[in-house]
Design a protein around this ligand. Structure first.
Ligand code: G3H
Length: 257
């Protein structure tokens, strides 16, 4: 039965990989929304996939979220020594997450776990246009933003648009605006509709869409049946290379292929 299960999972991986033309898809057993153990496995698989593509001198930009936090937790010290000369940076500035799951926290935790360096981007949440304009011209911020924008690898979570809007305490007007525009997914602070078009962008600093397009490796990680629609949308955006998901999400995704 174990072998059968593994064959089942690799069939799912291959179907999704082919349909979206991805480099690699990893499906872990179970449902993250129901089991912390599955979430741990998802984090572990994400950590393994990241170490598989990283080498010295890399800049890795990471987003926030509980899935990325679990992935950081599961990163283990590389067998062939620390990843010296590599940098972990947050993909974008403040998005309204609590400290434990902010991109800055994830970047520093991941770096410490693999012996790499990190740099943080301190941009307050819910920036006003005026605050944004002045931060954009700050030389220290400009320097770190420049580095973030050169990221060779981007690691990101994927969320449901409305769930993320609530978690980040967006005001009612913005949230209902998102719904009107058909937003189903959120990732990197960008909101996407079902076809993968960006319909809203959080006002912050860091990675831009062009940088995501220019990166060598974009690694998305997410789990749970309820995220299937959001994952489809981000895959239709078309920049993903590696996708790490759980079985519950995978089963739901292949139903729509
Ligand atoms: O952008 C999406 C979110 O960061 C996903 O958050 O991993 O806590 O579901 P989560």
């Amino acid at each position: 039965p174990v072998l059968k299960e593994l064959v089942g999972l690799s069939n799912l991986e291959e179907k999704i990989r082919r349909f979206y033309g991805l480099q690699k898809v990893v499906v872990v057993p179970g449902n993250c929304e129901e089991s912390p153990l599955s979430k741990r496995e998802l984090g572990k698989a994400g950590a393994k996939a990241l170490l598989g593509v990283m080498h010295g001198g890399d800049v890795v930009a990471v987003t926030g979220g509980t899935t990325l936090a679990e992935m950081a937790e599961q990163l283990t010290y590389p067998l062939n020594g620390p990843l010296k000369g590599s940098w972990f940076v947050p993909a974008r500035g403040g998005l309204g997450e609590s400290l434990e799951i902010q991109a800055n926290t994830i970047a520093s935790n991941m770096a410490k776990r693999v012996g790499a360096d990190y740099r943080l981007l301190h941009v307050p949440d819910l920036l006003s246009r005026e605050a944004y304009e002045s931060l954009v011209h700050d030389p220290n911020i400009q320097e770190i933003v420049r580095e973030i924008r050169t990221a060779r690898i981007i690691v990101h979570g994927i969320g449901n648009a409305v769930d993320m809007a609530r978690r980040r305490k967006l005001d009612e007007e913005t949230t209902s605006g998102l719904q009107e525009k058909g937003a189903v997914a959120e990732s990197f602070g960008y909101y996407f509709d079902e076809s993968g078009n960006v319909v809203h962008n959080m006002l912050t600093l860091g990675l831009r869409l062009d940088d995501i397009k220019a990166a060598d490796v974009v690694l998305g990680i997410a789990g749970g049946k309820s995220k299937a629609k959001a994952i489809h949308a981000v895959l239709r955006f078309g920049q993903e290379d590696i996708l790490v998901i759980d079985e519950a999400a995978a089963l739901e995704i292949v139903r729509d292929l």
